[in-house]
Design a protein around this ligand. Structure first.
Ligand code: ADP
Length: 252
Protein backbone atom coordinates (compact mmCIF):
# COMPACT_ATOMS: atom_id res chain seq x y z
CA UNK A 1 0.00 0.00 0.00
CA UNK A 2 1.49 3.40 -0.98
CA UNK A 3 2.39 5.90 1.72
CA UNK A 4 0.02 8.84 1.89
CA UNK A 5 2.48 10.94 3.91
CA UNK A 6 -0.04 11.96 6.56
CA UNK A 7 2.15 12.52 9.61
CA UNK A 8 1.37 10.11 12.43
CA UNK A 9 4.24 10.96 14.79
CA UNK A 10 6.27 14.18 14.70
CA UNK A 11 9.16 14.74 17.09
CA UNK A 12 10.85 18.11 17.05
CA UNK A 13 13.96 18.88 19.09
CA UNK A 14 12.92 16.41 21.76
CA UNK A 15 15.16 15.93 24.80
CA UNK A 16 14.30 13.80 27.81
CA UNK A 17 15.87 13.41 31.25
CA UNK A 18 15.17 11.02 34.13
CA UNK A 19 16.22 12.79 37.36
CA UNK A 20 18.40 15.20 35.38
CA UNK A 21 20.22 12.38 33.54
CA UNK A 22 19.70 13.09 29.86
CA UNK A 23 18.82 9.90 27.95
CA UNK A 24 17.52 11.44 24.70
CA UNK A 25 19.04 14.51 23.11
CA UNK A 26 17.56 16.71 20.35
CA UNK A 27 15.57 14.01 18.53
CA UNK A 28 13.87 14.97 15.25
CA UNK A 29 11.86 12.67 12.98
CA UNK A 30 8.47 12.16 11.35
CA UNK A 31 6.64 8.86 10.89
CA UNK A 32 4.04 8.91 8.10
CA UNK A 33 0.92 6.81 7.61
CA UNK A 34 1.71 3.42 6.07
CA UNK A 35 5.31 3.20 7.28
CA UNK A 36 6.76 0.13 8.98
CA UNK A 37 9.35 1.56 11.35
CA UNK A 38 11.93 -0.38 13.34
CA UNK A 39 13.49 1.47 16.29
CA UNK A 40 16.82 -0.09 17.11
CA UNK A 41 19.87 0.70 19.23
CA UNK A 42 22.03 -0.88 21.94
CA UNK A 43 20.66 -1.65 25.43
CA UNK A 44 19.92 1.49 27.41
CA UNK A 45 20.06 3.69 24.30
CA UNK A 46 16.60 5.21 24.90
CA UNK A 47 14.32 3.10 22.68
CA UNK A 48 11.62 2.41 25.27
CA UNK A 49 11.77 6.03 26.45
CA UNK A 50 11.17 7.12 22.86
CA UNK A 51 8.08 4.89 22.63
CA UNK A 52 6.75 6.21 25.95
CA UNK A 53 7.13 9.75 24.62
CA UNK A 54 5.22 8.83 21.45
CA UNK A 55 2.42 7.31 23.55
CA UNK A 56 2.24 10.34 25.84
CA UNK A 57 3.23 8.24 28.87
CA UNK A 58 6.16 10.67 29.32
CA UNK A 59 6.46 14.38 28.51
CA UNK A 60 9.75 15.77 27.19
CA UNK A 61 11.52 18.56 29.07
CA UNK A 62 12.37 20.10 25.69
CA UNK A 63 10.79 19.94 22.25
CA UNK A 64 7.41 18.67 21.08
CA UNK A 65 5.82 15.29 20.33
CA UNK A 66 2.77 15.32 18.06
CA UNK A 67 0.57 12.28 17.53
CA UNK A 68 -1.94 12.58 14.66
CA UNK A 69 -1.00 16.26 14.55
CA UNK A 70 -1.87 16.92 18.22
CA UNK A 71 0.22 17.09 21.37
CA UNK A 72 0.52 13.53 22.66
CA UNK A 73 -1.42 12.92 25.92
CA UNK A 74 -1.85 9.63 27.71
CA UNK A 75 -5.04 7.86 26.65
CA UNK A 76 -6.06 10.51 24.15
CA UNK A 77 -5.66 8.31 21.09
CA UNK A 78 -6.38 4.98 22.76
CA UNK A 79 -8.71 3.82 19.99
CA UNK A 80 -6.34 4.64 17.18
CA UNK A 81 -3.32 2.96 18.73
CA UNK A 82 -2.79 -0.70 19.39
CA UNK A 83 -0.01 -0.86 21.97
CA UNK A 84 1.72 -4.11 22.86
CA UNK A 85 4.04 -3.47 25.81
CA UNK A 86 7.04 -5.53 26.83
CA UNK A 87 6.35 -8.92 28.41
CA UNK A 88 2.59 -8.66 27.89
CA UNK A 89 2.47 -12.27 26.81
CA UNK A 90 4.15 -13.55 29.97
CA UNK A 91 1.63 -11.63 32.10
CA UNK A 92 -1.64 -12.60 30.53
CA UNK A 93 -0.80 -16.15 29.54
CA UNK A 94 -0.85 -17.26 33.17
CA UNK A 95 -4.66 -17.19 33.23
CA UNK A 96 -6.60 -20.09 31.71
CA UNK A 97 -8.86 -18.11 29.38
CA UNK A 98 -9.60 -18.80 25.74
CA UNK A 99 -8.01 -17.16 22.72
CA UNK A 100 -11.31 -15.47 21.89
CA UNK A 101 -11.66 -14.11 25.43
CA UNK A 102 -8.21 -12.53 25.31
CA UNK A 103 -9.05 -10.83 22.02
CA UNK A 104 -12.42 -9.72 23.44
CA UNK A 105 -10.51 -7.96 26.26
CA UNK A 106 -9.21 -5.59 23.57
CA UNK A 107 -12.82 -4.48 22.96
CA UNK A 108 -13.71 -4.40 26.64
CA UNK A 109 -10.82 -2.14 27.56
CA UNK A 110 -11.91 0.16 24.77
CA UNK A 111 -15.52 0.60 25.90
CA UNK A 112 -15.78 -0.44 29.52
CA UNK A 113 -15.89 -3.68 31.39
CA UNK A 114 -19.57 -4.01 32.30
CA UNK A 115 -21.00 -3.89 28.85
CA UNK A 116 -22.21 -6.82 26.77
CA UNK A 117 -20.30 -7.39 23.54
CA UNK A 118 -22.42 -6.18 20.64
CA UNK A 119 -22.47 -7.20 16.97
CA UNK A 120 -19.69 -4.79 16.03
CA UNK A 121 -17.49 -6.13 18.86
CA UNK A 122 -18.07 -9.72 17.69
CA UNK A 123 -17.28 -8.80 14.12
CA UNK A 124 -14.08 -6.98 15.12
CA UNK A 125 -12.98 -10.02 17.16
CA UNK A 126 -13.68 -12.40 14.26
CA UNK A 127 -11.79 -10.14 11.83
CA UNK A 128 -8.82 -9.84 14.18
CA UNK A 129 -8.59 -13.61 14.67
CA UNK A 130 -8.79 -14.10 10.91
CA UNK A 131 -6.00 -11.57 10.27
CA UNK A 132 -3.59 -13.44 12.55
CA UNK A 133 -4.84 -16.84 11.31
CA UNK A 134 -6.10 -18.11 14.62
CA UNK A 135 -9.76 -18.65 13.73
CA UNK A 136 -9.41 -22.41 14.22
CA UNK A 137 -7.91 -21.90 17.69
CA UNK A 138 -10.47 -19.38 18.97
CA UNK A 139 -11.95 -21.74 21.56
CA UNK A 140 -8.63 -23.06 22.89
CA UNK A 141 -7.05 -22.00 26.14
CA UNK A 142 -4.24 -19.51 25.65
CA UNK A 143 -2.10 -21.56 28.03
CA UNK A 144 -2.22 -24.46 25.52
CA UNK A 145 -0.75 -22.47 22.61
CA UNK A 146 2.88 -22.19 21.52
CA UNK A 147 4.84 -18.98 22.27
CA UNK A 148 4.52 -17.89 18.63
CA UNK A 149 0.75 -18.43 18.61
CA UNK A 150 0.36 -16.58 21.91
CA UNK A 151 2.12 -13.58 20.40
CA UNK A 152 -0.37 -13.61 17.52
CA UNK A 153 -3.25 -13.64 20.03
CA UNK A 154 -1.92 -10.39 21.51
CA UNK A 155 -1.63 -8.86 18.07
CA UNK A 156 -5.28 -9.85 17.50
CA UNK A 157 -6.24 -8.27 20.84
CA UNK A 158 -4.64 -5.00 19.70
CA UNK A 159 -6.21 -5.28 16.22
CA UNK A 160 -9.69 -5.78 17.70
CA UNK A 161 -9.89 -2.02 18.34
CA UNK A 162 -9.23 -1.47 14.59
CA UNK A 163 -6.26 0.80 15.29
CA UNK A 164 -4.48 2.98 12.74
CA UNK A 165 -1.12 2.34 14.33
CA UNK A 166 0.39 -0.70 16.00
CA UNK A 167 3.17 0.00 18.50
CA UNK A 168 5.21 -2.89 19.84
CA UNK A 169 8.01 -2.96 22.42
CA UNK A 170 10.43 -5.91 22.14
CA UNK A 171 7.70 -8.37 21.18
CA UNK A 172 9.84 -11.39 20.43
CA UNK A 173 11.82 -11.77 23.66
CA UNK A 174 12.00 -15.46 24.55
CA UNK A 175 10.58 -16.69 21.24
CA UNK A 176 12.53 -19.02 18.93
CA UNK A 177 14.00 -17.66 15.70
CA UNK A 178 11.51 -19.39 13.37
CA UNK A 179 8.48 -17.98 15.24
CA UNK A 180 10.26 -14.63 15.30
CA UNK A 181 10.58 -14.54 11.52
CA UNK A 182 6.95 -15.61 11.05
CA UNK A 183 5.90 -12.90 13.47
CA UNK A 184 7.68 -10.20 11.46
CA UNK A 185 6.19 -11.58 8.24
CA UNK A 186 2.73 -11.21 9.76
CA UNK A 187 3.52 -7.60 10.68
CA UNK A 188 4.83 -6.93 7.16
CA UNK A 189 1.61 -8.36 5.72
CA UNK A 190 -0.58 -6.20 8.00
CA UNK A 191 1.47 -3.22 6.87
CA UNK A 192 1.46 -3.93 3.13
CA UNK A 193 -2.01 -5.41 2.64
CA UNK A 194 -3.98 -3.51 5.26
CA UNK A 195 -2.05 -0.24 5.34
CA UNK A 196 -1.45 -0.44 9.09
CA UNK A 197 1.32 1.87 10.32
CA UNK A 198 3.68 -0.15 12.51
CA UNK A 199 6.31 1.05 14.98
CA UNK A 200 8.39 -1.64 16.60
CA UNK A 201 11.22 -1.49 19.13
CA UNK A 202 13.50 -4.46 18.92
CA UNK A 203 16.95 -5.76 19.67
CA UNK A 204 16.70 -8.28 16.77
CA UNK A 205 18.47 -6.02 14.30
CA UNK A 206 18.87 -8.75 11.70
CA UNK A 207 15.17 -9.59 11.56
CA UNK A 208 14.03 -5.98 11.87
CA UNK A 209 16.25 -4.65 9.12
CA UNK A 210 14.96 -7.34 6.75
CA UNK A 211 11.29 -6.47 7.20
CA UNK A 212 10.84 -2.76 7.96
CA UNK A 213 10.60 0.15 5.50
CA UNK A 214 12.34 2.65 7.79
CA UNK A 215 15.06 2.24 10.41
CA UNK A 216 15.34 4.70 13.29
CA UNK A 217 18.55 4.07 15.17
CA UNK A 218 18.93 5.78 18.54
CA UNK A 219 21.81 5.99 20.95
CA UNK A 220 20.84 9.03 23.04
CA UNK A 221 20.79 11.02 19.78
CA UNK A 222 19.15 9.89 16.56
CA UNK A 223 22.00 8.19 14.73
CA UNK A 224 20.07 7.17 11.63
CA UNK A 225 16.66 7.70 9.97
CA UNK A 226 16.27 6.07 6.57
CA UNK A 227 16.03 2.84 4.60
CA UNK A 228 17.46 -0.46 5.87
CA UNK A 229 19.66 -0.72 2.76
CA UNK A 230 21.51 2.53 3.44
CA UNK A 231 21.75 1.64 7.12
CA UNK A 232 23.69 -1.50 6.28
CA UNK A 233 25.77 0.10 3.54
CA UNK A 234 26.96 2.86 5.85
CA UNK A 235 28.37 0.44 8.45
CA UNK A 236 26.29 1.79 11.35
CA UNK A 237 26.11 -1.68 12.80
CA UNK A 238 29.87 -1.84 13.24
CA UNK A 239 29.98 1.66 14.73
CA UNK A 240 27.30 0.83 17.27
CA UNK A 241 27.87 -2.80 18.11
CA UNK A 242 31.60 -3.22 17.42
CA UNK A 243 33.71 -4.93 14.80
CA UNK A 244 32.96 -8.47 13.71
CA UNK A 245 29.18 -8.19 14.08
CA UNK A 246 28.01 -10.25 11.12
CA UNK A 247 24.93 -9.21 9.26
CA UNK A 248 22.83 -10.96 6.63
CA UNK A 249 20.38 -9.11 4.40
CA UNK A 250 17.88 -11.46 2.72
CA UNK A 251 16.96 -10.91 -0.89
CA UNK A 252 13.35 -9.89 -0.79
P1 ADP B 1 16.37 0.91 25.88
O1 ADP B 1 14.89 0.70 25.69
O2 ADP B 1 17.07 1.31 24.63
O3 ADP B 1 17.06 -0.24 26.55
P2 ADP B 1 15.55 2.85 27.89
O4 ADP B 1 14.76 3.89 27.20
O5 ADP B 1 14.81 1.80 28.66
O6 ADP B 1 16.56 2.18 26.84
O7 ADP B 1 16.56 3.53 28.91
C1 ADP B 1 17.44 4.60 28.54
C2 ADP B 1 18.22 5.04 29.76
O8 ADP B 1 17.34 5.58 30.73
C3 ADP B 1 18.96 3.91 30.46
O9 ADP B 1 20.19 4.40 30.92
C4 ADP B 1 18.05 3.56 31.62
O10 ADP B 1 18.80 3.04 32.70
C5 ADP B 1 17.44 4.90 31.97
N1 ADP B 1 16.08 4.75 32.51
C6 ADP B 1 15.05 4.10 31.94
N2 ADP B 1 13.92 4.20 32.68
C7 ADP B 1 14.26 4.94 33.77
C8 ADP B 1 13.55 5.40 34.93
N3 ADP B 1 12.24 5.13 35.09
N4 ADP B 1 14.22 6.14 35.85
C9 ADP B 1 15.53 6.44 35.68
N5 ADP B 1 16.26 6.04 34.61
C10 ADP B 1 15.65 5.30 33.67
Amino acid sequence: MPLNHTPIVQMEHVSFEYNSARVLDDINFTISAGEFVGIIGPNGSGKTTLLRLILGLLTPQEGSVLLFGKKSHLGQNAQEIGYIPQKVTQLETRFPITVEEVVALGRVSQRGLFRQLNFDDRQAITEALDLVQLTQQRGRLITDLSGGQQQRVFIAKALATRPKVLILDEPTVGVDIESQEKFYQLLAQLNKEHGLTIIIVSHDIDVVVNEVSTVLCVNKTLIYDGTPKEFIKEDYIEKLYGKGRRFILHNH
